[in-house]
Ligand binder design. Structure first.
Ligand SMILES: C[S@@+](CC[C@H](N)C(=O)[O-])C[C@H]1O[C@@H](n2cnc3c(N)ncnc32)[C@H](O)[C@@H]1O
Length: 279
């Protein structure tokens, strides 16, 4: 079976220590706003797909409290190990059950299917060629009347200003590296239709601001996340001949200079949508 048919996915960012550090940074920036949008209630059972290092998964677990239950599903062994280490370091080793598995074929027991109150996935759909297959798994995992909540990128909605020299070519190559893997870098705009096509009702959408500007306390983290994501994609971009090395370096130098500009601003929001599983 081809990957396009099976929906099998490849994750562009990997799980190197640098990438794990970037993922932690991303969590520091976004978690409180994402949690507000997720609107959890105490006692809920939650499935988090593509749980990564598990920081947000643990925040979810703290929010639903001891009467709730949270399972994180993650395909990469290194991410799970680090998620467990971070949980132990925070003295929360039993807060979340991290399970190794693929979001395209959830590792749930017979008795678990159709029982979760909420299925959540953040920054996962952009890494799978057929996001509708992930949505179908999420819908199956949730009880009637429960919620499916997804949050993802639309790489078209991304504006650093003043525009760093060499940035447009670098960004275009980065976006194409997603397409090269068969993934959709613009999946954010499709979230409502994906949920509708998946049979969900009462769909709503919103955005979580993921930008910042010079002088703002979170700007350094926001800029470092951007620089880290692009640096981490150097190999697929340069070895994959999506951009030559000189142009890649020009774009990265431009970004580092932009970060130090007194009026630097990044305009960007993550797309979020949720729907209800019909009774
Ligand atoms: C960008 S990270 C986001 C992690 C986490 N959701 C967060 O927001 O912090 C995407 C994660 O999804 C995982 N992943 C990618 N494809 C997957 C799949 N098919 N099944 C399960 N996990 C997957 C990656 O290993 C990575 O840890």
């Amino acid at each position: 079976m081809s990957d396009e048919v099976s929906g099998r996915s490849e994750y562009i960012h990997g799980s190197s220590p640098e990438e794990q550090q970037r993922l932690s940074l991303l969590n520091d920036i976004l978690n409180e706003s994402c949690l507000r949008e997720l609107g959890l209630r105490p006692g809920e059972t939650v499935l988090d797909l593509g749980s990564g290092l598990g920081q947000f998964t643990r925040l979810i677990a703290r929010t639903v409290g001891s009467k709730g239950h949270v399972v994180g599903i993650e395909r990469d062994r290194d991410q799970i190990s680090q998620a467990n280490r971070l949980a132990e370091g925070s003295e929360e080793p039993k807060l979340v059950e991290f399970r190794k598995g693929d979001a395209l074929e959830l590792p749930l027991s017979e008795s678990e299917w159709g029982t979760f109150d909420v299925a959540h996935a953040r920054f996962l759909l952009e890494h799978v060629p057929r996001p509708e297959l992930v949505i179908a798994q999420m819908v199956r995992s949730v009880r009637p009347g429960g919620r499916v909540f997804v949050c993802d990128d639309d790489h078209d909605d991304f504006r650093p200003w003043p525009e760093p020299p060499g940035f447009p070519a670098l960004w275009q190559a980065y976006v194409r590296s997603y397409e090269r893997l068969g993934n959709d870098p613009y999946v954010g705009r499709r979230l409502v239709s994906l949920l509708g096509d998946g049979g969900l009702t009462s769909i709503r959408n919103t955005c979580v601001f993921f930008g910042g500007c010079a002088g703002n306390e979170r700007f350094e983290a926001v800029a470092d996340n951007l620089i880290g994501a692009l640096e981490g994609a150097r190999d697929p971009i340069v070895s994959g001949e999506l951009l030559d090395e000189v142009s890649f370096n020009t774009g990265m130098d431009g970004l580092r200079q932009w970060k130090a500009h007194p009026s630097a601003a990044l305009w960007y929001s993550a797309c979020c949508a949720e729907g209800i599983v019909p009774n």
